[in-house]
Design a protein around this ligand. Sequence first.
Ligand SMILES: N[C@@H](CCC(=O)N[C@@H](CS)C(=O)NCC(=O)O)C(=O)O
Length: 216
Amino acid sequence: MPITITAFERSPDGGKGLARDTRVRWALEEVGQPYAVRLVSFQAMKEPAHRALHPFGQIPTYQDGDLALFETGAIVLHVAERHAGLLPDDANARARAITWMFAALNTVEPPILDLVTARLFEGDKPWSKERLPLVEDRVRDRLKPLAARLGEADWLDGGFSAGDLMMVSVLLRLRASGILDEFPTLAAYVARGEARPAYKRAFAAQLAVNTKPLAG
Ligand SMILES: N[C@@H](CCC(=O)N[C@@H](CS)C(=O)NCC(=O)O)C(=O)O
């Protein structure tokens, strides 16, 4: 059985690559591991069979033999630890790359998700106009030091790593807000990630799912 991941039968973004199966596909593409995808509907995600794989009823999940994982951080780390290509050999550089994965997920992604919620789901609330600038500034508070650290470098710490894969994946969600473009070096960093052949293959694969007519 190949590695099997789950993805939305139809992603709410219509195939922009923002659903989190894209980052898992990307990691698998970077390390050259073939994988199969099981598509799940929103209804199926909340049923016991899927919750046995993902307690929170979400995608993506990852199965390899008798190992089942959820949480993209854990999945990408697992892939990166088992296959060459996403983590450096040097122990300290490896630890730093993993630190960037955590920074992406724990420090940078939360305010970005808050902004997505504010823009998509709270726009009709009477307090929305007052709150949105505060939420946007919290994102900028994360991007400023990130841009300072990246400087003119291509990647966060030497060569491309799982830390960059996760950071680019997280930053991609900002594009629609326009905030990413306020930080040209970060916008270029994201574009470098998207230009990687492995990302392109991952993006194309999820787009194919989301543009194919639904069966039945
Ligand atoms: N922290 C989780 C988040 C997973 C997540 O939010 N998945 C979304 C798709 S990108 C989902 O399944 N949303 C549907 C839902 O929560 O009902 C991870 O990184 O894997």
